[in-house]
Design a protein. Structure first.
Lengths: 299, 260
């Protein structure tokens, strides 16, 4: 793999993780929902799109169905749980993501279990040469990222977003001002989950192979580190956080060239590095690298 | 306008409300007073839908609202404030005002994505309305500050202005003058009276400041230990022996007095 291929790989992964981080930020940063199971929605989107396209559906149908399926799962998860207080809710979401992964691991008739799904079709693969293809796919990912970024920006800056903020800060006040807090929580869960599902589909079609091992809980926490580092409640922050964490996460592998340490130590060091970043952000820059923008009006 | 009928509410072994009935006429300002722990805030929580009464009924404009969730009660034009003011940390004063409005196009997902122009137009009139209300409560200079940075008194004023953004028919105020400085209290009293006379709004107010109660309210209702022990004009209440006893004397005597 040449240097350029590596760069393209990272850029594509940044795009996919950017969507994931944005959607988690919509849950946590803008609405105060402590979602510890985001990887579950990612998985639903990946499997849905992979299964559909393996059975002949076109790429776009797969991606959109992946988003819809994850959104429906998010909706279904939120319905019975949105009345839970925040800590119980966090534990529940963590559990649900594991249930989804274990489902994928055990329901072999559908998902081929631990063998995973192989040969997931890539869109327009025959049109481009092997060297150019990643560049094309990067474009596809960036288009989705741009749409989702714009959608989230519209949502959080509209009256809808104001209600989300009020729910995040004082949910009783929102109720007293005539806002159906429960409905808003369910809606925002479904939306964020849907976006994560789209990211999952894009991931599946890029890697062309998915297995339950791709959807371990650690992904959720890497996403959390991106949200916290970038800035909760800031959509630009989500992108910054994604880039910073991915660069950090992958640059540790070059440590073994500089110092005499084993590969195993290096992979452990990744988590240490992320842990240090989180601690530094919490200590020095609470709101993250890009802090939530205060919405001011000209008066 | 509001008719509370024989409300009972127990919290475990504590009898918070023991058969309270109360009527609030349209266009009046009714005060609700009583010693700490007498059930005033519990009554507010029940009327506004935050708690469900164990028994009894609440009618607002002849509709039984006893089983409605808080947001439905608010949407019918009955809006409350909180004793300990709720002021979102990371929302500006103006955002507080804007979010209070009902029926905003941009509150639906699709509306906020595809009806940008309509949202902008609505926002424009809302901002004008919000600024004129903030002008009245003296918070204009703080419009772009986070409400979490306001002082206790300013939060009370914000709570009142935010409620008025909704243009409600009946306003429940839980200690609107607590923590507000005396000059501002005078302004607040004028303000409430003005809203009542000019716009025909109705108020039910919990307050410990007797000056406030006697100069603003048309009628006062006194609670003690979950019972209504007296009702009448502010002058009558101040001379009422049972009330004086409830505030100054033993609780048992107050209860006995209520049954006479």
């Amino acid at each position: 793999m040449g240097f350029l291929d590596l760069v393209l790989y990272f850029l594509i992964m940044m795009g996919i993780y950017g969507i994931l981080t944005l959607s988690l930020n919509l849950h946590y940063g803008f609405s105060g929902l402590v979602n510890f199971g985001h990887v579950g929605f990612f998985a639903v989107g990946a499997y849905t799109s992979a299964l559909l396209t393996l059975n002949g559906a076109p790429f776009l149908v797969g991606v959109i169905s992946g988003g819809l399926a994850a959104g429906i799962v998010g909706f279904a998860v939120a319905l019975p749980t949105s009345r839970l207080s925040i800590h119980y809710w966090a534990i529940t979401t963590l559990g649900i993501a594991e249930v989804i992964r274990l489902f994928a691991l055990n329901e072999e008739w559908l998902t081929r279990g631990s063998f995973g799904l192989i040969g997931i079709p890539q869109p327009l693969i025959s049109v481009f040469s092997v060297r150019i293809y990643p560049l094309f796919y990067l474009g596809v990912v960036l288009i989705f990222l741009a749409f989702i970024f714009y959608a989230i920006r519209c949502l959080v800056n509209s009256p809808f977003g104001r209600v989300l903020k009020a729910i995040r800060e004082e949910d009783d006040l929102a109720l007293a001002m005539g806002k159906p807090v429960f409905h808003f929580k369910v809606k925002v869960m479904a939306l964020g989950a849907g976006f994560a599902g789209i990211a999952g589909a894009l991931y599946a079609h890029y890697i062309t192979y998915i297995s339950p091992l791709d959807f371990m809980p650690i992904i959720t926490f890497v996403l959390w580190s991106m949200v916290i580092t970038g800035g909760r409640g800031s959509e630009v922050g989500s992108l910054v956080g994604t880039v910073v964490i991915i660069v950090l996460y992958n640059s540790t592998r070059y440590l073994k060239d500089l110092f005499n340490i084993s590969g195993q130590t290096v992979s452990s060091l990744r988590m240490v590095a992320i842990g240090i970043i989180i601690i530094l952000v919490v200590l020095l820059k609470r709101g993250g690298l890009v802090e939530e923008k205060k919405k001011t009006f000209n008066i | 306008m509001l008719a509370i009928k024989n409300i009972h509410k127990n919290f475990g072994g504590i009898r918070a409300l023991d058969g309270v009935s109360l009527e609030v006429d349209k266009g009046s300002i009714v005060g609700l007073v009583g010693p700490n722990g007498s059930g005033k805030t519990t009554l507010f929580n029940i009327v506004s839908g935050f708690y469900k009464a164990d028994s009894g009924e609440i009618f607002f404009r002849d509709e039984n609202i006893g089983a409605l969730p808080p947001y439905e009660v608010a949407r019918r034009g009955l809006v409350r404030s909180f004793q300990i003011s709720k002021a979102p940390n990371r929302m500006t004063v103006l955002e507080n005002m804007l979010f209070a409005c009902d029926q905003q196009t941009g509150e639906s997902v699709l509306g906020s994505l595809f009806k940008r122009n309509q949202i902008m137009a609505q926002e424009k009139t809302q901002i004008e309305q919000a600024l004129s209300l903030l002008e009245l409560t003296g918070l204009t200079a703080l419009a772009n500050e986070y409400s979490g940075t306001l002082s206790g008194g300013q939060r009370k004023l914000l709570a009142l202005s935010r409620i008025l953004m909704r243009d409600p028919d009946l306003v429940l105020l839980d200690e609107p003058a607590a923590g507000v400085n005396p000059t501002l209290i005078l302004k607040l009293m004028e303000f409430i009276k003005e809203i009542q006379t000019k716009h025909g709004k109705t108020f039910l107010i919990v307050e410990h400041n007797m000056n406030f109660i006697s100069s603003v309210c048309n009628r006062v209702c006194v609670l003690d230990a979950g019972l209504k022990i007296a009702e009448g004009s502010p002058e009558e209440i101040q001379k009422n022996d049972v009330v004086l006893e409830a505030y100054l004397g033993g609780r048992e005597k107050g209860r006995k007095g209520a049954k006479q």
